[in-house]
Design a binder for this molecule. Structure first.
Ligand SMILES: Cc1cc2nc3c(=O)[nH]c(=O)nc-3n(C[C@H](O)[C@H](O)[C@H](O)COP(=O)(O)OP(=O)(O)OC[C@H]3O[C@@H](n4cnc5c(N)ncnc54)[C@H](O)[C@@H]3O)c2cc1C
Length: 263
């Protein structure tokens, strides 16, 4: 691991300013993705800007029909939050099944969103719920946030402050986990709102995506039988040692059915 300088700002503005002044500055949240990458020399930051002491990045609050979760909230905090359980129980359940206890106690919502692992769980929730990512300089719709594997719409030094979730009428998440890491081989998040049904799939391709054909089928009838006869083609899906593209296509259908039974 390359040497680096560690900074501990106490405000979001100071964190952004500190990062701006660094050669290769990176924010450090829970370190559950960044530290392993640094150990493998896949990330070589000159400076780490810790977010641990910035109170304004924390907090979970419901205002009307919107749930806002601070970037620094850990997966465990989201899983255990009465506010989240009351507004979007599927999101609390998703957080409760991320990784293991250590990952959930250290890893954060903001870190997961910024890291944009193609098999991460939160991106499916953000996309299906039509969430917005609030940064130090703008709000980015989830629809235009995830650009590819480990690629997002964030600019250099842009800091995620929070994610803002519209509260749906109903939602559910079903994941078929990779047994060792618990990352999604395939995860399907379903959300039904007054505007319609949205279905987002993670783990199956190079980035999270909406499953248009499933959405259209569920718009006609919001029950598992709507999927009868629906072919999910394996084209473009990830094909690797963990699972073939054909198996992932099968899992998309199976996880959608499982999510529907949970609603
Ligand atoms: C063994 C293991 C199992 C896991 N299993 C799962 C799983 O089942 N499902 C799942 O979804 N994830 C899983 N993860 C990943 C986990 O969710 C991480 O917590 C997450 O990917 C990164 O969050 P972090 O807070 O640790 O971020 P860090 O590792 O600190 O940072 C990750 C990246 O995000 C950037 N960043 C962090 N915070 C911000 C911010 N506020 N604004 C802008 N950029 C920021 C950092 O600079 C870095 O580039 C697993 C990880 C491990 C080690």
């Amino acid at each position: 691991m390359q040497d680096f300088a560690l900074h501990r700002p106490t405000s979001a503005a100071a964190a952004v300013e500190t990062c701006r002044g660094c050669d290769e500055g990176r924010y450090l949240a829970g370190g559950q993705s960044l530290i392993p990458m640094m150990k493998l020399d896949l990330a070589l930051p000159s400076d780490l800007v810790s977010l641990a002491g910035i109170a304004e990045l924390s907090g979970i609050r419901r205002e009307g029909e919107t749930l806002t979760i601070g970037a620094a909230e850990t997966h465990a905090a989201v899983a255990e939050s009465a506010e989240v359980a009351g507004a979007i129980p599927a999101l609390a359940g998703l957080a409760a099944r991320i990784g293991d206890a250590q990952v959930r106690n250290r890893g954060t919502l903001g870190g997961s969103i910024a890291h944009a692992d193609p098999a991460a769980d939160y991106p499916a929730a953000l996309l299906a719920l039509g969430a917005a990512i609030v940064t130090d300089r703008r709000e980015i719709e989830a629809e235009s946030f995830f650009a590819g594997p480990y690629e997002t719409a964030l600019e250099a030094g842009e800091l995620i402050r929070a994610a803002r979730f519209p509260i749906p009428e109903a939602a559910a998440y079903a994941k078929f986990p990779q047994p060792a890491s618990k990352f999604a081989l395939v995860g399907v998040f379903l959300a039904r709102t007054a505007e319609g049904v949205r279905v987002a799939v993670t783990g199956a391709a190079t980035t999270v995506f909406r499953a248009d054909a499933i959405e259209q089928a569920l718009e006609r009838s919001f029950e598992a039988s709507a999927l009868d006869g629906l072919e999910i083609p394996p084209d473009g899906l990830t094909d690797n040692l963990d699972a073939s593209a054909e198996y992932r296509a099968h899992l998309i259908g199976a996880m959608t059915r499982r999510a529907l039974t949970a609603i």
